[in-house]
Design a binder for this molecule. Structure first.
Ligand code: UDP
Length: 254
């Protein structure tokens, strides 16, 4: 496995050369990081869960007709993806105030926003991923006005879909972050959803208890991170192969 050519290693994922030109293998690590890498731990099983949850969500998004980089899951930790040129922006959609918007604007965590807000952050670790406006993005050439338009439309459709998906399993989608890339297809270049969507990149609160089922458990030293991610997977109906059904009753052997 390690003889494959490594193209890129990020905080939570590694990209390897894929089996065919134009493809890559996205490998999910167990590493958890926060506060621009100041806090770092290995959380056993996180990579497996994020691989499965992200596969589930990307399959649904592909089926909605929104193009994504996802081709198929290969194994417990890896998926085959299309190679894309990542647009250096993080797109955040917020439905409820939490995290950085509370600090920046003095809002109370949990405040319902009267409508969803789309924000853009410039992906640059040295600068701490600063919030930027559409003017910055087009003037500095990070994306064209057409690409920005596509990104905004996709982000809003994904928010509508994910909000409903999670609400159906008793989870409030507070906010999430997505990344997009440019995919070349013949003479055409189109914007596609890339990276991952998982409890690492979303805020997910139980609708009745407000329990946090996401990476804030790690950021805020609450413990129970893997259990929370397992709960998200379980509610979405994702069965992780290595898990045995809980309980002491008889187990159906197929
Ligand atoms: N987020 C992310 N990666 C980042 C920054 C944010 O996945 O580098 C996600 C985060 O998990 C949350 C949403 O984007 O679901 C909004 O994050 P926020 O701007 O509130 O920043 P944070 O509180 O994480 O600093």
């Amino acid at each position: 496995m390690n003889r494959r050519r490594r193209i890129y290693e990020g905080k939570a994922k590694i990209l390897y050369e894929g089996p065919e030109p134009g493809t890559l293998i996205q490998h999910f690590k167990d590493d958890a990081t926060a506060f621009n890498n100041e806090k770092h731990e290995v959380v056993d099983g996180k990579g497996v869960l994020n691989n499965r949850i992200s596969e589930f969500i990307f399959n649904h998004i592909n089926n909605m007709g929104i193009p994504t980089h996802f081709i198929r899951r290969l194994n417990m930790r890896e998926q085959l993806i299309h190679q894309v040129e990542i647009i250096p922006l993080e797109v955040v959609v917020r439905n409820v105030a939490a995290g950085s918007i509370c600090k920046r604007l003095g809002l109370e965590e949990g405040t319902q926003l009267s409508r969803s807000i789309v924000e853009f952050y410039y992906k640059n670790d040295e600068l701490g991923d600063p919030l930027v406006t559409e003017e910055h993005i087009t003037a500095l050439g990070w994306a064209t006005p057409q690409e920005l338009d596509d990104m905004m439309t996709m982000a809003i459709r994904i928010n509508d879909f994910l909000s409903g998906l999670f609400l159906g399993v008793g989870i409030r989608l507070v906010d999430f972050k997505i990344e997009m890339g440019r995919q070349i297809e013949g003479d055409l270049m189109r914007v596609v959803l890339a990276d991952e969507i998982s409890p690492d990149s979303c805020r997910l609160w139980d609708t009745t208890t407000n329990d946090k089922l996401d990476k804030d458990r790690f950021r805020q030293n609450m413990g129970g991170m893997v259990e929370a991610y397992q709960e998200v997977a379980r509610r979405l109906g994702i069965f992780i192969d290595s898990e045995r059904p809980k309980g002491s009753g008889p187990v159906l052997v197929k």
